[in-house]
Design a protein around this ligand. Sequence first.
Ligand SMILES: [Zn+2]
Ligand SMILES: [Zn+2]
Length: 82
Amino acid sequence: MDKLSTSPLFLNSKSSIKCTVCEKILKPIQIIIGKCKCAKFYCNLHIIPDKHECQFDYYNAHQIKLTSNMPVIKDIKMENKI
Ligand SMILES: [Zn+2]
Ligand SMILES: [Zn+2]
């Protein structure tokens, strides 16, 4: 039992949040600043989207922002036609 209690696996089961890439156990401050837009947690090294093959769709998120401004332009065109 002594071997089990000191094994890394046992320590991991006690910790709730690890880096998704390297499985390094995150400190409370890293949990706060280490949450990516893809809803997963990363250490200081892997929080960069390029370092963890981020699943968050930055391109589409940008497109949605652009299209949300479109109705205003359409409305102006419609008024001009009428
Ligand atoms: Zn990491
Ligand atoms: Zn990410």
